[in-house]
Design a protein around this ligand. Structure first.
Ligand code: GDD
Ligand code: MN
Length: 377
């Protein structure tokens, strides 16, 4: 595969020279099964980083540069990843800092995970023996540790330990899938939002432990206060969006439509035709389930939509069976109990309570059995 190591730079003249040399002379010769390239993403650094890189390009023909306006770290990555795919034919792209904080010796470990079929490999400082620099001050340590804990807690995704780090290997398919959505958080928060979208879409993520070391040359570009505000804004808005407008929210809307259908049928049959409420409820359920199945398949669980008429019918059978169990034993069961133990007068209340319990059962079955997320490849 063609691998492009993307290195964003802003005033990294001294560092970039050392890093490119280490990559070319010590690391690339060890890697036999991939074609290794370097792309520097520079934002018109005033210190003359670009000129230094142009010099390196004369020495090594697998080094390239992509220059643009300074709009933040994320913007530089989006621009450079586009360039790496379109102009260099990249299959896999690395994110890597220029300041030697990321140990180039770890690159083969990332590629090993890619070879095993992972889509998004992240360097982790917070698990499996990874670490942050011991010489960092207490406030920088707290900032990093709590920043990551905060992201994991608000997103409710605990299996990934390092959300904010910038040492990663990513298959081009992941970037192409998410690119259109990567427009809002273009600073350091880009790292969290990109990874979060990849997780949401079921790409396979692996972690490689890294020992992050402090830079010796130049200065960090991170603006701690703006970063934490931006990060909070992202994790809060995205988790609200995910919980309310995500599958559960859509499931509730679809269920709401089914509920109205079923309720109208129930009332019409009981009040106009004087049919027994349990029977009326079952007839309403047959219609409501049909509506629920199709709307969920077309909208709620669109990403897991059934292909082919055979699978559509088979899953509909499953859906009717599991829904019937819920409707018979949970919803109708509650109506039956109320009707016989308390009295017919409140039948509509039993229906509402039974439906509430049914909702929880249904979402669980749909999400984890019928429209179960399949791995990406
Ligand atoms: N082109 C470009 N444009 N490059 C940038 C910009 C920008 O606006 N901002 C930063 N960079 C480059 C730097 O030149 C460096 O190569 C790399 O991005 C990382 O920047 P640092 O300034 O060294 O960041 P840090 O060491 O404080 O932050 C580390 O931790 C962050 C949070 O965990 C890095 O590992 C980040 O990648 C990580 O997101
Ligand atoms: Mn750094």
């Amino acid at each position: 595969m063609k691998v492009v190591i993307i290195i964003p730079t802003y005033n990294e003249k001294g560092n970039i020279e050392r890093l490119v040399q280490i990559l070319e002379e010590e690391i690339f010769p060890q890697i036999k099964n991939h074609k290794m390239n370097i792309l520097i993403a520079d934002d018109n650094s005033p210190d003359g980083t670009e000129e230094v890189v142009r010099g390196l390009m004369k020495k090594w023909d697998n080094v390239d540069i992509n220059v643009g306006e300074k709009r933040g770290l994320g913007a530089a990555y989006v621009r450079a990843m586009t360039y790496a795919i379109d102009e260099m034919g990249a299959d896999v792209m690395f994110e890597m800092d220029a300041d030697l904080s990321h140990d180039p010796k770890k690159i083969p470990a990332f590629l090993e995970k890619i070879d095993q079929g992972y889509d998004f490999v992240i360097g982790t400082r917070y698990s499996q023996g990874g670490s942050i620099p011991s010489n960092w001050g207490l406030s920088r340590k707290m900032f990093s540790v709590f920043g990551n804990l905060l992201v994991r807690t608000i997103l409710l995704k605990f299996s990934i330990h390092d959300w904010t780090g910038g040492f990663r290997a990513i298959r081009k398919e992941v970037f192409l899938k998410e690119k259109a959505e990567l427009t809002d958080f273009m600073g350091y928060t880009f790292q969290v939002s990109f990874l979060n979208k990849a997780v949401r879409d079921g790409f396979k993520v692996a972690e490689v432990p890294i020992n992050f070391t402090d830079r010796t040359l130049g200065k960090s570009k991170i603006a701690a206060k703006e970063y934490i505000i931006d990060l909070l804004k992202y994790v809060i808005t995205s988790s609200i969006k995910e919980k309310i407008f995500g599958p559960f929210g859509k499931f509730l809307v679809v269920g709401g439509i089914g509920f109205i259908l079923q309720a109208v049928i129930l009332r019409v049959l009981v009040e106009w035709f004087n049919i027994n409420p349990s029977i009326s409820n079952l007839l309403g359920a047959v219609v409501a389930i049909f509506s629920n199945y199709n709307l969920n398949n077309l909208w709620t669980f669109r990403t897991e939509q059934f292909k082919g008429f055979g699978q559509y019918l088979w899953k509909m059978l499953n859906f009717y069976a599991t829904s019937a169990i819920g409707v018979i034993f949970i919803q109708t069961g509650i109506i039956f109990l109320g009707d016989n133990l308390i009295g017919r007068k409140y039948y509509f209340l039993y229906f509402i309570f039974g439906t509430g319990v049914l909702l929880i059962y249904n979402f669980t079955v749909y999400r984890f059995i019928i429209w179960r997320k399949k791995p990406h490849k």
